[in-house]
Structures are given as C-alpha cells and as structure tokens.
Design a protein around this ligand. Structure first.
Ligand SMILES: CC(C)(COP(=O)(O)OP(=O)(O)OC[C@H]1O[C@@H](n2cnc3c(N)ncnc32)[C@H](O)[C@@H]1OP(=O)(O)O)[C@@H](O)C(=O)NCCC(=O)NCCS
Length: 207
C-alpha cells in the first residue's frame, strides 16, 4: 500500500473515508440531483463523446470509476476520499496528480452536495486532507486550481490560507470551453501547527 493510504479522518460532524462499492446508489443520486450546481466547475475530456450528465453518473459508471481509482490510490498517485456529514455521503475531496521526488506535490479537487453548502463542511474536509498529506503521506506542497468566477471555491482556499500564485490560461476543458484557472498553493512550512488547527481558530462556528 502507498504511504498514508487508506485513511479515515473525522472532525465533529465531518468525516473522510475511502469511497465504497455500496456508495454507488447514493453517489449517483447526489451527483444527478446536483447537476446544475456542479457542472459549471467540473472538467471533462474535450474528445469525450457527448454523454448526458445522468449517463456519466450512473451507479455502473461509479463502480467502474471506483475500480480505477482504487488501483491508482494503491499506487500512491491519488487519495480519493468521500466527505461525510453526520455519516452520510455529502461530497468528495481528492488529492491527485501526486508527484514524488524533489516536487512531493499534489493537486486537490472537491465538491459538496448543495444541501450542505455554506456550513464549512468542505474547508474542514480539505484542512484534514492537507494535514494528512503533509503528515503520513509525506508531501510538501498542495495546490488548488480554481476558475476565477468560482467565488465559493476561492473562499474555501482563502479561508484556509492558501497563497494565490498564478493564473493559468485555457487550463481545463469545462462546460464546453477551455477555462482560465487561478492557482493557489500551500507548503508544509506555511502550517507548522496544522491547517485544521488554524481553521478551528478562524471559522465562525463548527459545522
Ligand atoms: C466550493 C464548495 C466545495 C464550498 O464548499 P462549502 O462546504 O459550502 O464551503 P463553505 O461553507 O466554506 O462556503 C464557501 C462559500 O460558499 C458561499 N456560500 C455560503 N453559503 C452558501 C449556500 N448555501 N449555497 C451556495 N454557496 C454558499 C459563500 O461565498 C461561502 O464563503 P463565506 O464563508 O465567505 O461566506 C461548494 O460551493 C461546491 O461544491 N461548489 C460546486 C463545486 C465546486 O465549485 N467545486 C470546486 C471546483 S474548484
């Protein structure tokens, strides 16, 4: 197994755990219900034949995706985690593109069910993942790439103290076009006492 994988983490009502085969029906229901909430922010290959959102989020697709990410996570290339709220599947946070060697870096991606938005669920989840990556996984840098228009996502990284580092032009193919992204990053030195601890100190109230 790869360093720091598998992992289960918890802070109050928010949990992180690997995705499971039995998440298929719930994942499919949540993703399909949130199409309008999620589709403006999620990339897909430009070359992919046009399949509907519902087709791309069926339980069968989930199971195939899970088989692939399990292989990738055992190889240490990704840490794909379910975000739970009061024990129920409420989103995902993933550290992917894990590069070792002199870089020791990964990119994060995330979403939550609109039904639990605005409660600090995702910042709590991301802070736990960053601390785990800087601890057991042994990474040095985490980056997040966000469309400038995505105010909610920018607030997440701002509140957690990521640094704005760059603007990447035509970076990801999202919602039918190549979209510019702002790049934010944090390195281990930035959070000597941990990101979750810092988040606890600044957030208005626990989720
Ligand atoms: C970005 C996202 C993960 C934030 O998760 P969250 O758990 O709601 O995060 P927070 O509770 O910290 O809220 C972040 C911001 O969302 C906005 N917000 C607050 N309540 C909201 C609500 N009920 N509905 C929508 N947005 C809300 C606010 O701007 C908030 O910032 P603030 O704390 O300064 O007021 C979530 O909005 C989401 O899943 N969006 C769609 C997918 C996406 O954009 N993924 C990231 C791609 S880079």
């Amino acid at each position: 197994m790869a360093r720091g994988w598998p992992v289960m983490l918890e802070d109050g009502r928010v949990g992180l755990r690997p995705l499971r085969v039995r998440d298929a029906a719930t994942w499919s229901e949540v993703r399909i219900r949130n199409e309008r909430w999620l589709s403006p922010w999620e990339g897909r290959p430009e070359s992919q034949p046009t399949a509907t959102w519902a087709d791309r989020h069926s339980p069968v697709v989930f199971t195939a995706m899970l088989r692939n990410v399990r292989k990738e996570s055992r190889a240490g290339r990704t840490l794909p985690l379910a975000v739970t709220y009061d024990g129920r599947l409420a989103g995902q946070v993933t550290a992917s593109n894990v590069i070792r060697g002199a870089f020791d870096s990964a990119s994060v991606g995330y979403w939550v069910d609109a039904a639990v938005a605005g409660r600090g669920v995702l910042p709590t989840a991301l802070a736990m993942l960053v601390d785990h990556c800087f601890g057991a996984v042994g990474l040095h840098r985490i980056e997040a790439n966000i469309r400038p228009e995505n105010v909610a996502s920018r607030r997440v990284v701002e509140k957690l103290g990521f640094r704005e580092e760059a603007m990447h032009l035509r970076y990801l193919f999202i919602d039918g076009a190549w979209r510019d992204h702002l790049s934010f990053a944090v390195t281990r030195e930035d959070v000597p006492d941990g990101m979750l601890r810092r988040w606890h100190a600044v957030r208005p109230a626990p989720p």
